[in-house]
Write a protein that binds this ligand. Structure first.
Ligand code: PHE
Length: 347
């Protein structure tokens, strides 16, 4: 029996030394120390020993068990450490490898131009305001002196919400003139940028949704000279000190007198042609129409409770897309709304 115990000791220790995974160790623990294991089998035979031999063998068996247990614990710790080491090595991150650069976006070209225009007018003392896109016909037309039956009220031009044509998508930012004057006493300088909607087919220069920037100044002794001064100084800041503009007489029901302002074509510099061909940007005109403007009609002032004998004012409404196209040299309006990053990346 002594020999048997010695064999168990030697075999168990060497098999534990050879094991190299937690699963193998567990298998060996069951094999050597388990209830049906080798050592237990030997211990079961103890009963057959003589009374003198029994304690000696018992002691030997215990020391063999203790030795195997100790070895087992030692191997468990060693293998655990090796497994951890391997895992750490496999999951190692090389923090010195250069990272993937994050590509940052930037503002849409329309927003860039809007921001420039706002900055200029804020610098001139204007207050920037916002208003509803779903508007009452009353504000969009009637109170702007645009009578029933006026062609711009036609159902083929305007998106109406109600059968009685009283609610619509605003066709211009001019209703903001009325909304502002209802709540403010002169003197004031107001700027109202926003979206407007018209039933237009989309082409190189039209879109059913586009942006306007409305301006309104009311005080005592405001003249057409103030209007021209404000618009020329804005244009020179945006298009450069050399840029040329012209004012043409025009008609709007809510301004009197009224005008339109054109800027010289940035493509052909006013000649109307490029290399003997008609300039495609201004269609040979040499000028590009940018905005409508005029002196606020006395009827409009009066309807908002402002005395036209005491106060006068000017108003303008410009197309932001037109401005952006000139500023950014964009030749097709649809590019602005397509959101193709190959286009947007150029700005
Ligand atoms: N609302 C006019 C348009 O859309 C432009 C305008 C604004 C004209 C203010 C005069 C005064 O064409």
């Amino acid at each position: 029996m002594k020999q048997q115990l010695e064999n168990i000791r030697l075999q168990a220790l060497s098999s534990l030394d050879a094991a190299n995974s937690p699963a193998e160790l567990e298998e060996l623990r069951v094999k050597w120390l388990g209830k049906k294991g080798e050592l237990t089998a030997v211990l079961k035979m103890m009963g057959k020993l003589s009374a003198e031999e029994r304690p000696i063998m018992g002691q030997l068996a215990n020391s063999v068990r203790a030795e195997i247990e100790e070895k087992l614990e030692g191997r468990k710790a060693a293998i655990g450490a090796a497994v951890l080491e391997a895992k750490l090595a496999a999951e190692a991150i090389d923090v010195t490898i250069p990272g993937d650069a994050v590509t940052l976006g930037h503002q849409h070209p329309m927003n860039m131009v809007l921001q420039e225009v706002k900055d200029i007018f804020v610098g001139l003392g204007y207050q920037v305001v916002d208003g509803p896109e779903v508007e009452l016909a009353d504000y969009n037309f009637t109170r702007l002196n645009i009578e029933e039956g006026h062609p711009s009220r036609d159902r083929s031009d305007t998106f109406y919400f109600s059968d009685d044509d009283s609610v619509l998508l605003r066709t211009q930012t001019s209703p903001m003139q009325i909304r502002f004057m209802e709540n403010h006493k002169p003197p004031f300088c107001m700027l109202a940028p926003g979206r407007v909607f018209r039933k237009d087919e989309a082409d190189a220069t039209h879109s059913p949704m586009f942006h306007q920037i409305e301006g309104l100044v009311v005080d005592e002794h405001i003249t057409m000279g103030d209007l021209k001064g404000a618009l020329i100084s804005m244009m020179r800041k945006i298009y450069g000190a050399e840029s040329e503009m012209r004012f043409r007489p025009h008609h709007f029901p809510f301004t009197e007198p009224s005008c339109e302002m054109d800027m010289q074509c940035h493509k052909c510099h006013g000649t109307g042609e490029i290399d003997g061909q008609v300039c495609s940007t201004c269609h040979g005109e040499g000028w590009i129409e940018l905005l409508g403007a005029g002196m606020v009609h006395p009827k409009v002032l009066e309807s908002c409770g402002i005395d036209p004998e005491k106060y006068s004012g000017f108003a303008f409404g410009m197309g932001l897309e037109r401005m952006a196209m000139g500023r950014m040299r964009i030749n097709d309006l649809r590019l602005i709304f397509d959101n193709d990053v190959r286009f947007l990346n150029q700005f």
